[in-house]
Design a binder for this molecule. Sequence first.
Ligand code: HEC
Length: 111
Amino acid sequence: MRNFHVSVLAGVAALTITGAAPLQAADPAAGRTKAKACRTCHGIDGIAKIPIAPHIAGENRIYLETQLKAFRTGKREHEIMSVIAKDLSDADISDLSAWYASIKISVEVPE
Ligand code: HEC
């Protein structure tokens, strides 16, 4: 079981290094301004303001970009996010992802 996990992780790491498209230049400050469109649900700070929305603060930039592009193409579907992502350009997605990824989070694990 343990070895299985290790080999899956190694596969993911290899994918990240060889398979991912190079990240576009991004402007987190511009992303902060653009995040006004996300505020009601995810907050400017990336901490969800409504129970059905996920926290996205401190999430990996590659993950955020991948999800937003998946909503835009229809590969991932959600009644709200599919509509929102449709209007986002590649630059918007890079800037927004860079903004939310740049937020530092900390967690407190219960005893
Ligand atoms: C009206 C509410 C609302 C607004 C506005 C909104 N979102 Fe969302 N967002 C959601 C909900 C709800 C989900 C969960 C979708 C699901 O369940 O698949 C989500 C999911 C996401 C995810 C996927 C997170 C994950 O953990 O997989 C990203 C990334 C995201 N939103 C980014 C944004 C960005 C960037 C904006 C602004 C341009 C935005 N959202 C605006 C409600 C919203």
